[in-house]
Design a binder for this molecule. Sequence first.
Ligand code: GAL
Length: 438
Amino acid sequence: MKMRRVLAASSVVAVALAVTACGSASSNNTSSNASGNTANRVSNGGAKQVEIFSWWTGAGESDGLKALIKLFKKDYPGYTVINSAVAGGAGSNAKAVLANRMQNNNPPDTFQVHVGQELLSWVDAGKMEPLDSLYQQEGWNSKFPKQLIDMVSHDGHKYAVPVDVHRGNVLWYNKKIFDKYHLTPPKTWNDVIQDAKVLKQHNITPLALGDKDQWETTMLWEDILLGQLGAQDYDKLWQGQISFDDPRVKQSLQTLKALMSDVNSDHAAKVWQDASQMVAKGTAAMNVMGDWAKGYFTSDLHLKPNVDFGWTTTPGTEHDFMVIVDCFGLPKGVKHPEGTKDWLKVLGSVPGQDVFNPLKGSIPARIDADKSKYDVYSQQAMTDFKKDQLTPSLAHGAAASPGFLDAANKAINQFVNTGDIDTCIQQLQSAFQQNPPV
Ligand code: GAL
């Protein structure tokens, strides 16, 4: 497992959006503690509470969170949990709501955040408390891989606890369709385009896409880009050592453009779950998505890996692992810091990780989780995570600043409508100049 850090400080784009916040308060029962410690019963004037902010609501997203909250309530009875999940994949709405709350000094007790620049932007803004003593107390310094600890650290201090490790460079396919038409998992994008010819003859959408929230196409593009540049140069791009007008970056857009004619025409009206569902139902053959799609396939749609669906790495990225890590931290000035710490203890424990990740589609961030609780896909992902080159995702906050990501989402989505490569490159280049990495 190797990863060069591509982390930068940046300002967070604060855009107030109209969103639906799903809040649910609940009480608890009794029990023993996930991490083996005595439950902390500190009461805050009788109000034992914790507000958990994420975007895990809805199909394929909420099951793992619910299981984790259930375990928390079992381990720490007496808490009222406010689940402030804001709908919208990849935080497409939640991030703006969070930015607004943080700016108004009204932080949730804890919030979902990606390792890399997304987390560091909050740390650099002076909004997060260090968690060094919690790491010490829970023995986490030797329980998470060093690379992950590095990713949540800044100036030698740790600022968040990773709950999962997702992989972003996965191409999912409907196994029955592939078997029926004698297709094999594509190794190049040209293979995808060739397979598409066969699939279209049978009225099957070759590549499902749902980019209503924009990031989904950015994600498809970053996977093409990684295959085109290779891990080293992909990292160099985010470090500003390779320019956006590099011919290989142009080629990646050319490939994206070509693929768009094999995508469902209503992609802009669909979200990622809709695209996954097209593959599940067999109206589409393939989809590129992070492995939360596997969580959706197995936990919600009850499909079987290697029977109903298959997977392969996106073309050209066989030895790379586009790493997407969700973590939670302790913002400064929260109302219930004890509640936050107790929550973090549960999500950083082996039982916490093993109750969450098998449902979510991700692998545990801890090195000592119970492998037998994971399916064949996740066991392979665990093996790959240890040996592959780890690369930071742009679409999921690690590779570039939040400001750049916002601009890139717009540029890429405009590009799929216009097909204008030069304009897109210019937009990316200038957004990168305005939002550079540290
Ligand atoms: C990612 C997040 C995943 C999953 C996905 C779709 O950004 O890391 O856990 O929720 O978005 O919403």
